[in-house]
Design a protein around this ligand. Structure first.
Ligand SMILES: [Zn+2]
Length: 431
């Protein structure tokens, strides 16, 4: 029997264990915000992996945004050394899940198995991927006990809120340094036959227009900041949005609509703050002296972030030329540069071959419209041999009745296990 066949049998024999493990992870509600039960899930993972020979480190990201005594930002890193020197393959999963929301027909923290699917918040994003990577590693160790190098599995905090208390913090501490880790797979739910090479860039900014407060019955005595912002939006409709729609990337971004540059207006606020929901009084009549808009610009690898900013400044300069007393300010809130791992990088080629061998289909290469923790591994860790690959349907992430298919988890565990064989098994073992 070939080693691939033995691995496949080992993984199939773990079907019930995989279902149990996925359900157990879902039953630890790790909602973010606020960041609940991180310590509990880290200890659960430590107790699972320690008997398999993994050395465990629990790392709290002290002092990062969101970290407090009530909601400490815990991470777990488990490392299993092989018998000889070799590369380290790291599987990184985030442990946090987003708010439940409305519309569920099953218990979001029940982890129920129904018709071959495990249900719950985080089932596909991404506790199913985490469980698949654990089962893949355990099955690989069973068939290749004399492997070279090392396997790491991490469970990290706060991916859904930027990853600063998770992968970014660990990368700053050297956990993703190229001398420690050579290959990274992030088992996000990208579908089991797709390899995600990277993501578009992000530029978030707040634009503020200024006016002058006056009595609302005599607006001519003041200057309305909301009307100034209206002029900004009109200019955006006129020049900026059409220009962005013209820009196309060669990155294989999915869905198709995200192959162009995009801009979302996240929020707009001018004048008095809205009253609390239980406030029954009327507002007072004032001309607003400030209006603020938060924009979320997603840009392409072909674009330069300086040009992205300059386009917005150009909109504001055009409005300024047209309007007396137009005053504004722009503040950057957040930036992430686009990243894309090369298609001939070792981890990409290895996983693509494993997909073909496991499922008989060619791997699809995709790029994510939004960012994920790869940005920190790439920029802070300086490690460029990184992809996202995992089970689950991306469209189900963050929705009610989220689930992950058991067969999908088994298939992607086989792909991960074959990847370990290719990268870490000795020639005698692989023969
Ligand atoms: Zn995710």
């Amino acid at each position: 029997m070939t080693i691939d066949q033995r691995l496949s049998d080992e993984i199939d024999a773990r079907r019930e264990d995989l279902i149990q493990l996925t359900g157990d992870l879902i039953r630890i509600p790790t909602l973010n915000p606020p960041g609940e039960n991180y310590r509990d899930i880290c200890e659960f993972l430590a107790n699972r992996l320690r008997p398999q020979g993994f050395a465990i480190e629990l790392v709290r990201a002290h002092g990062v945004p969101g970290d407090s005594e009530k909601y400490p930002r815990w991470n777990v890193i488990a490392r299993r050394e092989g018998k000889r020197l070799g590369d380290c393959v790291h599987f990184n999963s985030h442990i946090d899940v987003v708010d439940v929301g409305l519309g569920w027909t099953v218990d979001p923290f029940g982890g129920a198995l129904i018709d071959g699917k495990v249900y719950g918040r985080g089932a596909c994003d991404m506790k199913g991927g985490l469980a698949a990577s654990i089962v893949a590693a355990e099955a690989f160790i069973a068939v290749c006990p004399d492997f070279a190098g090392a396997i790491e599995i991490s469970g990290t905090a706060d991916e859904e809120s930027g990853g600063f208390g998770g992968v970014a913090y660990l990368a700053q501490q050297g956990f993703f340094a190229p001398e420690r880790v050579q290959h990274v797979i992030i088992p996000e739910p990208l579908n089991k036959d797709r390899i995600c090479l990277g993501h578009r860039g992000v530029w978030w900014a707040e634009i503020e227009t200024f006016g002058e407060i006056a009595h609302g019955s005599m607006p001519f005595l003041g200057d309305c900041a909301v009307r100034h912002m209206g002029a900004v939006m009109e200019e955006m409709e006129h020049s900026l949005f059409p220009a962005l729609a013209q820009k196309r990337t060669d990155m294989p971004v999915v869905p198709e609509g995200a192959k162009q540059s995009t801009l979302n207006i996240n929020s707009i606020h001018g004048g008095q703050a809205e009253g609390d929901a239980d406030f029954t009084g009327l507002p007072s009549p004032c001309v607003p002296d400030s209006c603020r808009m938060v924009i979320d610009r997603r840009f392409l690898i072909e674009e330069d972030i300086d040009d992205v900013q300059a386009e917005v400044m150009e909109v504001l300069r055009k409005v300024e030329a047209d309007r007396d007393s137009f005053r504004y300010d722009v503040r950057e809130l957040h930036r992430v540069l686009p990243t894309m791992t090369e298609k001939d990088a070792p981890i990409v080629k290895t996983v693509a071959q494993a997909i073909l061998d496991t499922m008989g289909t060619d791997a699809q290469f995709v790029v994510s419209p939004g960012t994920y923790d790869q940005k920190h591994i790439d920029r802070i860790g300086k490690l460029h041999n990184c992809i996202a690959y995992g089970p689950g349907i991306l469209d189900l992430a963050h929705k009610p009745d989220e689930y992950v298919g058991v067969d999908d988890m088994l298939d992607s565990a086989k792909v991960m296990g074959r990847t370990l064989i290719e990268l870490l098994a000795s020639p005698e073992e692989a023969a």
